[in-house]
Design a protein around this ligand. Structure first.
Ligand code: X2X
Length: 333
């Protein structure tokens, strides 16, 4: 992405100069990039965390936030956080899985039935399994995962009522092998696009449909270019708050504690924000013209099963990881 764009962008947490103890440059000046609009709870709470970190470290750690793909799309930011060009990034499970395949395991179709199961698994053994795999590629994943949500299908064409309605549907999915495989197994024609391309690709009808949690559909204004929203709840997706491993390890222990406490605390509050938002977001989207329908998952699960989707992905993730998932959600195959 153009340097110019990044430089002209107003960093969300560029507040260092407003605070007395940062008259000089911070000892650790770090950049955090993400793919979401400013209004999303992820950015609101990350802003809060950055302020807390600046304050508690007495100006030693200054994290500037670059929201909304200002530093490039998901794939770009993932390579920047690996190289150290940026120090923090919040990829979704689907996106980080292009680098750490097992990180997509929480996004196996219809694995989780509710948030009780989700947080127990992600704060427990499933999360621990993924975090240790992330560690092996030189990245550090903070303990508390942030919420994206249960993903729902929107379309400009027609509502999705059963799996049969997925036939040949031109649907955008994230840059994620698991998403491509799942929608192919359902008979759709999925295309991988970074989130930065979603609105325009729907607007220009490069694709007819997409799938995302309702809060994303709201903040990215996807209701302007979509007509129907079918409540499929097909995947639960979250964001890992990750750091470049070298940048993380440069921090002395006291600063690591300050940073981790602020980020994990903000993550837990962000989960609560999404939970609250989930109570009102459908009504808001309805008032903006999006037409909703409920969906039973039965035909979807049956289709995935008969296409061999679960068997294939059990093989790809491996028995150990699959076992940890099934311990949390029950038998899937
Ligand atoms: O790209 C998406 O659809 C989003 C915003 O949900 C992710 O980051 C995976």
């Amino acid at each position: 992405r153009s340097m110019l764009k990044a430089m002209s962008a107003l960093p969300l947490a560029g507040i260092a100069s407003a605070l007395p103890f940062t008259a000089r440059a911070a000892e650790f000046s770090y950049k955090y990039g993400n793919n979401l609009p400013l209004a999303h709870p992820l950015n609101v709470r990350a802003h809060e965390a950055a302020k807390e970190i600046l304050d508690k470290s007495k100006g030693r750690v200054d994290i500037k936030i670059f929201p909304n793909n200002q530093l490039g799309g998901d794939t770009d930011m993932l390579s920047q956080v690996r190289s150290g060009g940026i120090q923090f990034f919040t990829p979704s499970s689907l996106v980080i899985a292009t680098l750490v395949p097992v990180a997509a395991i929480n996004a196996v179709g219809f694995a989780f039935s509710d948030y009780g199961q989700v947080w127990k698994a992600m704060d427990g053994q499933v999360g621990a399994y993924i975090r240790s795999a992330v560690d092996k590629v030189g990245l550090y994943a903070f303990e508390k995962m942030w919420d994206n949500g249960f993903r729902q299908v929107t379309s400009s064409k027609a509502p999705i009522k059963t799996a049969a309605d997925m036939a040949d549907l031109k649907i955008r999915v994230p840059v994620s092998p698991l998403s491509i495989a799942m929608f192919k197994a359902l008979g759709a024609a999925p295309a991988s696009l970074q989130f930065s391309e979603v609105y325009s690709s729907l607007q220009t009808k490069i694709v007819d449909a997409q799938e995302n949690p309702l809060p994303i559909i709201q903040v990215a204004k996807l209701y302007e270019v979509q007509k129907y929203c079918s409540l499929t709840n097909h995947i639960w997706d979250g964001f890992w708050f990750i750091a470049n491993g070298r940048a993380w390890n440069r921090l002395p222990a006291d600063l690591k504690t300050i940073v981790a406490d602020a980020i994990n605390g903000a993550g837990v509050r962000q989960r609560e924000d999404i939970k609250k938002l989930n109570e009102s977001v459908q009504a808001d989207l309805q008032s903006k013209g999006l037409q909703f329908n409920q969906v039973s998952s039965d035909s979807f699960r049956a289709k995935l099963r008969s296409a061999g989707f679960y068997k294939t992905w059990k093989g790809r993730f491996g028995d150990a990881a699959w076992g940890v998932l099934e311990q949390a959600v029950g038998k899937l195959v």
